[in-house]
Design a protein around this ligand. Structure first.
Ligand SMILES: [Zn+2]
Length: 231
């Protein structure tokens, strides 16, 4: 099994720049409530094993399951602590791991939608405002998690994920946030989910079909994983 250090370093390599924005009290309250609920979903050994199969590496620093398949309960998004193993800063708190979801997101990225979405964020004031709010919600959640676990955010302060709050750089990360935080939290993640609903939806179980698929299509799995690790 590949050591996870490499993929964690990849994450750091893809870290977007810091954009300091202060969450409002309402945003902080939303994040705190969500954290309370999510931290009760402690990953079981079976969850860890499932995510290890999905990612092809041991999910170090995974402290909760952020979202499960509505039908069978397979993890779709992990919640990773801000400082893995007490030394590796990890900004991508919500990590998309569901195989069908990762593959559908990679396919959308390959179609070039990120440039369209970035343009949309640039041109549409309403979407831009919502995208900035998504950034603040992300930071608020991670900060609450950091406080709860005693992790420092020294190296990832004001850094969220996916290109937030001005660009669209990784759909996996944005979709991960949408799946954990629900509709309305991240407008681009919501749009991407809507666009890929025939290939992936949390309410339609493709988890086991995926496993069979993986054995038959090793090439596409490698592809999906390598893209997934760039979240
Ligand atoms: Zn399922």
């Amino acid at each position: 099994m590949t050591d996870s250090t490499n993929s964690i370093r990849d994450d750091r390599h893809h870290t977007p720049r810091a954009v300091a924005e202060t969450p409002t009290p309402d945003e902080e309250a939303f994040a705190a409530q969500l954290l309370e609920r999510i931290m009760r979903d402690v990953p079981s050994d079976d969850d860890i094993a499932a995510v290890q199969r999905q990612l092809g590496r041991y999910p170090r620093g995974m402290v909760a399951v952020g979202r499960r398949c509505d039908v069978c309960g397979t993890p779709l998004v992990t919640v990773t602590r801000p400082l893995v193993d007490g030394k590796v800063p990890f900004p991508t708190t919500f990590y998309l791991c569901g195989t069908a979801a990762v593959r559908a997101a990679s396919r959308l990225e390959a179609q070039g939608v990120m440039a369209q979405y970035t343009q949309l964020v640039h041109d549409d004031a309403k979407i831009s405002a919502a995208y900035h709010r998504a950034h603040r919600l992300y930071l608020a959640f991670r900060h609450a998690l950091a406080v709860r676990l005693g992790d420092t955010e020294e190296h990832i302060e004001s850094v969220s994920a996916g290109g937030l709050p001005t660009r669209v750089k990784c759909l996996h990360a944005l979709i991960g946030q949408s799946l954990v935080m629900g509709p309305g939290a991240n407008p681009i993640g919501d749009m991407a989910l809507e666009r890929m609903k025939d290939e992936f939806s949390p309410s339609v179980c493709r988890c086991h079909a995926d496993n069979a698929d993986n054995a038959d299509n090793a090439g596409s799995v490698v592809n999906a994983n390598s893209t997934g690790e760039e979240q």
